[in-house]
Design a protein around this ligand. Structure first.
Ligand SMILES: [Zn+2]
Length: 301
């Protein structure tokens, strides 16, 4: 074997070991903390990148007290599953890298309160920058279009501010298209017609116009109308601050107020709003955090 070939083999071996090591990282990063009063806090990981999801769990050896939870200083709902409490921590795709706290508190004897916390480290996501060409009215809207867009975002903000204190979902989250499990573009930093715009907060699934789109999960339709940037849009509330968003439909098949089952047809793929062609834009929001929806299908709450 020549020296060069030997060096190449060593390089391949090092790369392979590194891949195995990195693959094992999420398991290594799992967090488990023993708290006073027999409580345990658990997170699927304590090290994440922007746009990720973490599953949180609280267990007790003596029956669960009334536990309140806070993620980065904001109330974070927990729901009961079997003998444990579960929660979903969403890391917004623009959350500043750093260390954040997940904290629980619960009443103890003599009017006292006990608390326990764990730290989560957030790293910057590696999102490519993409340059796109779209119709100019979507980059430089006129005052009337600007007003419409602002009203739309106000409406969406009011929706995401509402936390339905009830679990409306049932079973696993599903892909919004039949037989399509690969989507992309999540988190991409965007330059439209040469101007920097907010990052891409959802996952794009390429599909032909007219392809049926299905609810990823059961819940209540809270918005079903045309919005300026996202075209014909549907938002479904799944409870506890978890929402899915579907954009650019050619046809909407549901109305606000409808209760839908997971897998129900809610519309058809189209190219309405700010698009470069027909596709489904699918978003997942958890307590205001815009996260990668692919993770909720592959890692279940
Ligand atoms: Zn999109």
């Amino acid at each position: 074997m020549t020296r060069l070939r030997f060096a190449r083999r060593i390089a391949v071996l090092i790369r392979f070991s590194l891949m195995v090591f990195l693959g094992a990282l999420p398991a290594l990063a799992q967090v488990r903390k023993t708290c006073p009063g027999g409580l345990t806090m658990k997170l699927t990981t304590g090290i994440v990148s922007q746009g990720s999801l973490i599953l949180a769990e609280v267990r007790s050896t003596k029956g669960l007290p009334a536990v309140a939870s806070e993620w980065d200083g904001r109330a974070e709902p927990l729901w009961k599953e079997g003998t444990a409490l579960h929660g979903l921590l969403g890391i917004d795709l623009e959350k500043k890298p750093g260390q954040y706290e997940w904290k629980i508190t619960w009443p103890a004897a003599e009017d006292k309160e006990l608390s326990c916390s764990v730290v989560v480290t957030v790293h910057a996501g590696k999102f490519p920058t993409e340059h796109l060409k779209v119709e100019n009215q979507y980059v430089q809207p006129d005052p009337e279009q600007q007003k419409r867009a602002e009203e739309d975002s106000k409406k969406l903000r009011a929706i995401y501010d509402t936390v339905t204190p009830e679990r409306l979902w049932d079973g696993k989250f599903q892909w919004p298209l039949k037989d399509v499990t690969t989507g992309g573009n999540f988190g991409r930093r965007r330059v439209l017609n040469g101007e920097a715009r907010s990052p891409h907060a959802g996952v794009d699934f390429p599909a032909a116009a007219g392809t049926p789109v299905f609810a990823s999960q059961s819940g209540k339709v809270v918005l079903a109308e045309e919005l300026y940037y996202s075209g014909n849009t549907v938002v479904i509330d799944h409870g506890y601050g978890i929402y899915t968003l579907y954009c650019h439909f050619s046809k909407i098949r549901v109305a606000a107020g409808d209760e839908v089952e997971a897998g129900a047809e809610i519309g058809e793929v189209g190219a309405t709003g700010r698009v470069t062609g027909p596709h489904l834009h699918w978003g997942l929001t958890i307590q205001h955090a815009r996260v990668n929806g692919m993770q909720i299908v592959t890692r279940q709450p």
